[in-house]
Design a protein around this ligand. Structure first.
Ligand SMILES: Cc1ncc(COP(=O)(O)O)c(C=O)c1O
Length: 374
């Protein structure tokens, strides 16, 4: 815990929400800021392309991605919006975009905006939480493909459920039907191992501020070669016509420090060792979720095969959204416990995360506090 900027008096079980910052990464970012401010014009006008290329190279290696297809964005929300908007001119009214009922709420809003504007119909495949076979997950999605399906949007790790989707099998099955796939991998960098070259998803967008723990906000979008002429940023600027990476590297003045600090975050985790980190995250959250479930008299609902560092535990009773927000706020203010309550499939859950700064006692604290409030 002492390696993190988190308040030691706060029981932080919500790493998935916005990540958290290790002190060494914060220090690296502070140094980069000083460096930039010594001569902002020199850094932003002349040195930035090379500096971004260096970060891109590190990330391509980390994600096993083709560097030539990687661009930066502020966040996953911008990534999904960029892909959907760039593909819109090739879609007709009545065409369909298929996603699942685990999709992030903002993605649903984006699909609805697209539907209102262009008449492209969003379709939501139901993926039950208690599936145990990855091929059943694939079937639940792929059986909703029709001859009008123009894109599948699937989470790598869903926010509401922590469910780790078998994206490789989904991409394979979609490609057999000639449908491109956008993977919303907001939680994937760091939380699971990724091999984007092998995955072959047409579009894959991951946040760096969540489980890589860069400063907020930073994200990467990886695009396979056949789409690189099609995808362009939502905000055109000087270099819009100069190719994929120049168009994304400059969309107007921005603060590049968060991106430039990504290598420091990768170094931090490499020092700890990713395999051990992921094992520890899982041990913590598996045991912690079991403690919370026992206190609530309910269960954790997602099979071992679809788990990483986030777990949902069912609440004994239904909550409306305002009561859920009020319980989160009371947990934070009175008990100093930070978690998110989630609604999925007409049920309510508490989502807990496991991160190396957590300890078993954190989940005990939640297990004592939550029943009192419910
Ligand atoms: C699955 C998923 N997609 C997209 C996002 C959006 O991330 P951001 O707010 O960084 O754009 C999140 C955020 O939690 C998410 O969980």
């Amino acid at each position: 815990m002492s390696e993190w900027l988190l308040d030691p008096d706060v029981t932080y079980l919500n790493h998935g929400a916005f990540g958290a910052l290790p002190k060494v990464v914060a220090e690296a970012a502070a140094q980069l800021r000083v460096e930039m401010e010594r001569n902002p014009a020199d850094l932003l006008m002349r040195r930035l392309p090379d500096l971004l290329d260096q970060v891109r190279g590190r990330l391509a290696e980390f994600l096993h991605a083709d560097e030539a297809g990687c661009v930066f964005l502020a966040n996953a929300t911008a990534g999904t919006a960029t892909v959907i908007r760039s593909l819109a001119p090739d879609m007709q009214p009545g065409d369909e975009i298929l996603t699942t009922d685990h999709r992030y709420q903002a993605v649903q809003v984006q699909l609805q905006a697209h539907a209102n504007r262009d008449g492209v119909v969003p379709v939501f495949a139901h993926v039950p939480l208690d599936l145990t076979d990855p091929s059943d997950v694939v079937t639940a999605i792929i059986e909703r493909v029709t001859r009008r399906t123009r894109l599948i949007v699937v989470d790598s790790i869903a926010s509401a459920s922590g469910f780790v989707f078998p994206v490789a099998q989904i991409v394979e099955a979609a490609h057999e039907r000639g449908v491109p796939v956008l993977v919303d991998a907001a939680h994937a960098p760091g939380q699971i191992a990724n091999d984007l070259e092998q995955l072959g998803a047409d579009f894959w967008v991951g946040n760096l501020h969540k489980w890589v723990c860069s400063p907020r906000a930073a994200a990467i979008l990886s695009i396979t070669p056949q789409w690189r002429e099609k995808i362009r940023p939502l905000v055109p600027s000087h270099l819009f016509a100069d190719g994929l990476q120049p168009a994304f590297d400059w969309t107007g003045t921005f603060d590049p420090v968060n991106l430039l600090a990504v290598p420091a975050a990768l170094d931090f985790w490499a020092g700890l060792g990713w395999d051990g980190v992921r094992r520890r995250q899982r041990e913590l959250v598996d045991a912690g979720a079991a403690v919370v479930a026992a206190a609530l008299g309910t269960t954790t609902r997602v099979d071992d095969r679809f788990r990483a560092a986030m777990r949902i535990v069912e609440l004994p009773d239904r909550l409306d959204a305002s009561r859920a927000r009020s319980i989160e706020a009371t947990l934070s203010a009175r008990y100093r416990v930070e978690v998110s309550l989630m609604n999925l499939h007409d049920r309510d859950f508490v989502r807990v995360c496991g991160q190396v700064y957590n300890e078993p006692a954190d989940y005990d604290r939640l297990a004592r506090a939550l029943p009192e409030l419910l």
